[in-house]
Design a protein around this ligand. Structure first.
Ligand code: PEP
Length: 251
């Protein structure tokens, strides 16, 4: 049975004190209700070591926003998988469009990162999605298919248990423009179909596929109600506890 998930990507926001405050507020606002989904937050690297123990014993899980593909070595300023694991992190977001755009992360690099993460027992939230021009040209299915094939389709069936997909059309991220629930469902169903064809119905059915891109309290319920949408990766709205909690409740 696949699990729903709502994950908040906090990006480069919040210092140590603000992170602790936001986690405190989130824990208080979650008291007394049992969500129908896993709940996750992804603070920036320097705040992970404090966030992990701060959420222990709660339903809030903590993920990293990125990691380096090498196990260790002379990579000044980078963070390894072992460093993440050593502070209690078991999930990493890879392939976010901001990493692809601003840091030129391509399929080959992402494949190396996914390989390292999985080999070290991490769960990966793998992000992908088309640009506005690609959608306008009607190429969105082809683009998404190649992003998935190039990075993930050499995995063994068993490794898909460690994968969560996050379809994030780039034109909808931080823009206030959301894919319609129908557009999200159409793409998610296409993605599940690809995994079914390449692997099996079991792998496809057990796969959690998140939607990301301007999910807010007022559109979350409709998007999450679609059959193949198993929750969301939330940027801006995850920084406001009331909004994030409302989105979790919508799942
Ligand atoms: C994101 O950055 O993954 C994202 C979905 O952002 P937002 O919700 O702000 O569009």
């Amino acid at each position: 049975m696949r699990q729903n998930l709502v994950a908040g990507n906090w990006k480069m926001n919040n210092n140590a004190e603000q992170t602790a405050d936001l986690i405190g507020d989130l824990k208080s606002s979650m008291e007394g209700f049992e969500p129908n989904c896993r709940v996750m937050i992804a603070p920036t690297f320097v705040n992970l070591a404090a966030a992990a123990p701060n959420t222990e014993g709660t339903i809030v899980e903590v993920a990293a926003q990125n990691m380096h593909q090498a196990e260790k070595g002379a990579y000044t300023g980078e963070i390894s998988v072992d460093m993440l694991k050593s502070v209690g992190i078991q999930t990493v977001i890879l392939g976010h469009s901001e990493r692809r755009t601003y840091f030129k992360e391509d399929d080959a690099l992402l494949k190396a990162k996914v390989t390292t993460a999985l080999a070290n027992g991490m769960e990966v939230i793998f992000c992908f999605g088309e640009l506005l021009a690609e959608r306008k040209a009607g190429n969105h299915f082809t683009v998404v298919e190649s992003q998935l094939k190039n990075v993930l389709f050499d995995l063994f069936s068993d490794q898909w248990k460690q994968i969560v997909l996050a379809y994030e059309p780039v034109w909808a991220i931080g823009t206030g423009e959301t894919a319609s629930p129908e557009q999200a469902q159409e793409m998610h169903s296409f993605i599940r179909g690809l995994v079914n064809t390449k692997y099996s119905e079991t792998v496809a059915n057990e796969l959690t596929i998140l939607y990301g891109g301007s999910v807010k309290p007022d559109n979350a319920k409709e998007i999450f109600s679609k059959e193949d949408v198993d929750g969301g990766l939330i940027g801006g709205a995850s920084l406001k506890v009331a909004d994030f909690t409302a989105i979790i409740q919508a799942c």
